[in-house]
Design a protein around this ligand. Structure first.
Ligand SMILES: [Zn+2]
Length: 96
């Protein structure tokens, strides 16, 4: 057996491919049963991962991959927030 030092890999709930953890968006269910997007990767709780890719996100929504992985309901808000994490188009600047 060869031991290779590697960057931690996580599976995207959309495409089910193993990817570099840092390349994925982490969704976490906290011990209080709150679901949130963990941009720091440091929140405690159960985590699920999805690529920052609209296709993967749609797939995750359709297959309920996130819900299954976190064993909880995911509100549409969370999905909306996830969509905002996608680097497709720059977010509009909020006016003060
Ligand atoms: Zn993916």
């Amino acid at each position: 057996m060869v031991r290779v030092k590697k960057i931690p890999q996580r599976m995207c709930v959309g495409c089910r491919e193993m990817k570099n953890k840092k390349a994925l968006i982490r969704v976490v269910k906290t011990p209080e049963d709150l679901v949130m997007i963990d941009t720091t990767g440091k929140k405690s709780g159960r985590g699920a991962y999805v690529c920052p890719d609209e296709h993967c996100l749609q797939q995750a929504i359709k297959s309920k991959g996130l819900e299954k992985s976190l064993k909880t309901k995911i509100s549409p808000e969370i999905y909306n927030n996830l969509k905002e994490q996608l680097p497709k188009e720059p977010l509009p600047q909020n006016e003060p």
